[in-house]
Design a protein. Sequence first.
Length: 124
Amino acid sequence: MKIVENQRSKKSKAAHVVAAVASKSPAVVTAKTAYKTGKTTTSVLPKLIGFGIAGTGLAHFVVPQAFESITKPVFPENTREWIYANGASETLIGLAISDSRSRVYGLVGLAAYVGFLGSRAVRA
């Protein structure tokens, strides 16, 4: 560790990458060092967010009446079907975000989903 600290004091970019690779702590491996080293980030935050979105999506199936008041203005016809469709979308998007291998697709899906809901809300 002392060698890494000495290299960091020289403000070497390579030392930062070496320190990140040498460390086993997930907090040290940043997106920048992950890009340079080819390692994936192991941050817990994207997993929590993904599982949170997926949990909300599953809640659409368990307690659909909880989502009726916010869904009805945007989807006045076939509201219950839209609740289930939104639940399926949120579940799939959340699971995609929670896995680092599919996170980019999940984020693209999230952007498209939010855009779709926003456009429906504006038209309502």
